[in-house]
Design a protein around this ligand. Structure first.
Ligand code: F6R
Length: 616
């Protein structure tokens, strides 16, 4: 949510910043802006709308050469998406330019204080107060920008990443973070600050994590990190394990298409190195003592959106394998009731970005209650893994499209590994049982490949149904979270009413939604896995068909019993029940993508959304 980039070095800052913003536009696209320091002056350009509007403005009104600058792409919180509210914001004396991600909760009192001292604020944002506060603080700290930043940050409440430049200190970019992402890139021709390593991976793969409440002082040849009181602190270096090409479209029209196509590799990479020669699971990163694992009484998954759906799938597997109860909690709700969580609970926070504020807050709440915490995360160095006792990274590579796809498959894969590891440690499964599930998991990349080879009929069907008013999705057992995920994809991409239901629940109310012609997508359980579920699903299909629905069955190869009951059948490979989500969700992703395209929407950057939701 909001993308931030800063650079100071020997190269032209503007090129680096605009390229970085392009890579981070998925974080917000309500407006974009840049500021550079040139000839002792700040030069700012900003524009509402997508980055391309800013680029047009820069073409018409170019910036002077400069080797120091900052840039921002916005997801609006305070104040609408207008030119005036776009970042950077500048102090009244034109000395300080600031960009911000997060929400400054006490901005109203700070704004009132500034106004009563005569400052005229130009925008409706919470951010602008920071520019004025820093400029006012400078004289009392010998015009030392890092000290002014420290002083101001100590007064701010809420979540923020701030990056500032000062027209009078052209060799300097200063950043600060609290509860909001910021990473440092260490280059040979200069240094970088960004919300996400994608912004600078073209220039360097050497990066540094920043901790909570830290200030970073960036010069062309040095990086110093302090706390908000000015004490020097250490930051943890890391190497980015993917290159710039991974964050590009690589010949596809859309990031989402590319990311859907990468799913077999993403699953394979997430399994890599986690099974030893004797077919036992080794999760070196899951460093909880075996005795603690054996004493666990429950597992709680906290996550949001697609990641929560992955957690819901995992519940079926982990309960089955470990006999531990598993609760799956929407992170945004978790800490606002009194969840039963303590030292004998394992709380698993699933997050692609590792920065989702709701999930982070749920994790912190669980830690306060003494729970053991494990992050399942795709972004190295992000906050959620850093604050967890242990982390299992998924190796999906960068996910740029706002709608999550490959992250979902790898989250399921990782939670399955965790479930099997718990079972292995607690002795709730025989070794040969674990081995056979692992063999099934290892087979999934090729099964997902098979699904990807046969998406043409799904695309055709999506185009045909693109004018539908509403689409319902039905599932049972692990098919239920898949139904939820199919509906979520359609809502966020096609802006269409879509709901996912457990098929058995339909008759308790939602069946009233069925009207003639409504498309109902049914994730049909395998007839050979849990035959009883399959039979029940056939009954549920008959219930909706009797009321005029057109049924689109996602059914496994060879399931002929479905033929008389479906208007359209989309085939998926026959796989064991617990593996079915990994193949069944893929046609739903393709369906939503194609419907969105047919309806003329921006697939990679759907309206009102942003990736990495860093506000509560
Ligand atoms: C949906 C989607 C969101 C995210 C959710 C959690 O396509 O992308 O629902 O899954 O915002 O994000 P992370 O996994 O980054 O915590």
């Amino acid at each position: 949510m909001c993308g931030i980039v800063g650079y100071v070095g020997q190269k032209q800052a503007l090129e680096i910043i605009v390229a970085g913003l392009r890579r981070m536009e998925y974080r917000g696209y309500d407006s974009a802006g840049v500021a550079v320091v040139a000839d002792g002056k700040l030069e700012v350009r900003k524009k509402a709308g997508k980055l391309v509007n800013l680029e047009t403005l820069l073409g018409a009104d170019p910036l002077p050469n400069s080797t120091t600058g900052i840039g921002h792409t916005r997801w609006a919180t305070h104040g609408g998406p207008t030119d005036r509210n776009a970042h950077p914001h500048v102090s009244s004396d034109d000395r300080i330019a600031v960009i911000h991600n997060g929400i400054i909760e006490n901005f109203q009192s700070l704004r009132a204080e500034l106004e009563s001292s005569g400052v005229i604020l130009e925008s409706e944002t919470d951010t602008e107060v920071v520019a004025h506060l820093i400029s006012k603080a400078l004289p009392s700290v010998d015009h030392d920008l890092p000290r002014a930043m420290q002083a101001v940050c100590s007064r701010l409440e809420g979540a923020f990443t701030l990056v500032v430049v000062d027209s009078e200190q052209p060799d300097l970019v200063v950043g600060a973070r609290r509860n909001s992402p910021l990473v440092v890139g260490l280059g040979t021709d200069g240094n970088f600050l960004a919300s996400d390593v994608a912004a600078f991976v073209d220039h360097t793969r050497n990066a540094m994590e920043l901790g909570q409440d830290q200030i970073v002082i960036l010069r062309a040849d040095s990086v110093v990190v302090t706390d908000f009181s000015g004490n020097v602190e250490q930051a943890k270096p890391f190497t980015i394990d993917w290159d710039a090409s991974a964050a590009e479209k690589g010949g596809f029209d859309l990031f989402m298409q590319k990311e859907i196509s990468e799913q077999p590799k993403a699953v394979a990479d997430s399994l890599l190195g986690r099974i030893d020669e004797s077919h036992r699971i080794k999760l070196d990163e899951f460093n909880l003592e075996p005795a603690i694992i054996r004493d666990l009484k429950k597992v709680i998954v906290v996550a949001c959106g697609t990641a929560a759906h992955a957690g819901m799938v995992a519940k079926y597997a982990i309960e089955h394998w470990t006999h531990l109860p598993v609760d799956v909690e929407l992170a945004s709700e978790f800490r606002y009731r009194d969840p039963i969580v303590g030292p004998d609970s394992l709380v698993i926070a699933i997050s692609q970005s590792g920065e989702t504020m709701d999930t982070l807050m749920a994790l912190r709440h669980a830690k306060e209650q003494g729970a053991r915490t494990l992050a399942i995360c795709n972004t190295v160095g992000s906050t959620i893994p850093r604050e967890s006792d242990a982390v299992i990274y998924t190796y999906a590579g960068p996910e740029i499209a706002v709608a999550s796809t490959k992250a979902f498959l790898t989250q399921i894969t990782a939670t399955y590994l965790v479930g099997l590891f718990l079972a292995q440690t607690r002795g709730t499964m025989f070794e040969d049982e674990i081995r056979s599930v692992l063999a099934e998991l290892n087979d999934m990349p090729s099964q997902v490949d098979l699904v990807l080879d046969t998406t043409e009929p799904v695309q055709k069907l999506a185009r045909k149904l693109a004018s539908a008013r509403s689409v319902l999705f039905l599932g049972r057992h692990v098919g239920y979270p898949v139904a939820l995920e199919g509906a979520l994809k359609l809502k966020e991409l096609a802006y269409m009413h879509a709901e996912g239901f457990p098929a058995g629940e339909l008759k308790h109310g939602p069946i009233a939604l069925i009207e003639p012609g409504i498309p109902v997508v049914v994730i049909v359980p395998s007839p050979s896995g849990r035959a009883v579920l399959h039979d029940k699903m056939i009954s549920n299909i008959q219930e909706v068909r009797a009321r005029g629905a057109q049924v689109i069955a996602i059914a496994e190869e060879g399931d002929e019993s479905i033929v008389p009951f479906a208007d359209h059948i989309i085939r998926i490979p026959a796989v064991p029940t617990l593996m079915q989500p990994l193949v069944a969700v893929v046609p739903l992703q393709v369906f939503a993508l194609e419907m969105a395209r047919e309806r003329g929407h921006d697939v990679d950057q759907p309206r009102n959304l942003a990736k990495s939701v860093t506000v509560e």
